[in-house]
Structures are given as C-alpha cells and as structure tokens.
Write a new protein. Sequence first.
Length: 161
Amino acid sequence: MDNGEPEFGWREFTTPPIQHEAAAELSRLSSAHSEAVEDARKHLAELSASRAEAGRLREALKEARRAIGDHHAPSDCYATGPLTGDPFRDLVQCPACSFIAMYDAALAGEKPVGAEVGTPEQRARAAYHGDTVEEIMAEDALRAALSKSGEKPTATRKGGG
Ligand SMILES: [Zn+2]
C-alpha cells in the first residue's frame, strides 16, 4: 500500500468524485423530499383547519339568516335596529336587509337556506301555500303522528290540503 504496510483483507479502491457527488445529491434530494412531505402535511392540516373554520362560520351565517326568516322590504324592515355607530346605517339602513345582502353576496352560489329541506313534494306544497318547508314538514309529521294514533287530523290549512 501507499504507506508501506502490507496489504491484507479488502482492498480499498478510491471512488471517483462523481460517485461521492451522486451520493451527496441523493441524500440532499431525499432530505429535501422529506421536508417537502412535511411541509405538505402541515399545509394540509392548516387547510383542513381553515375549512373547518369556514364551515363553522357558514353555519353561523345560515343560522342568522334562518333567525331573520322571511324579510320583505319595506314592510318587514326594522324601524330601529341594533346600533352600529355608523350614523348612516343607524338612521336609514335596515339591519336585516343589510345582513341579507351581505349573506347573499358571501354565500353566492350556495343553495338558499331551506332549499334542501324536505321532499320535492313538500317544497312544492310550501311554495304553493306560501309556507316554509319546515311548516309543511311539521304539519306532515303531525298528520302522520295523528293517523298512527287513530285520531282524525283537523284541517290546518285554508281550502284543505
Ligand atoms: Zn329590511
């Protein structure tokens, strides 16, 4: 050997630099890949947290919209609403109308509140009678409960139903 010692066992060959470079590159790529996977996992977790938050906010908005219910300007408009501190809004703007406008803009493209409630037949009857689908469903549930118990349901609707 170079140092004069006798050679035994495995002979060590010097490897060409390109192999070291390739090994270093492989290890660099592998750790870069692990970092990318870790980043992607983090982003995925953040994304799903934002989705959950957006879902909660959307539910809160829908609940508020449901609380306002049918609101037709100007007959349903509030004379005074909760004060906002904005003199224009507090004086002339109906808070329900303003909320509904914001709600419609924010949830544009989503199905209107109550659209997926009930059967298509119940929705058609609700539209025909000018009732909410919830009222129709409550009435149907009442009728079903009464007919089970053998009682005759009294007509709850003008003109029969
Ligand atoms: Zn209004």
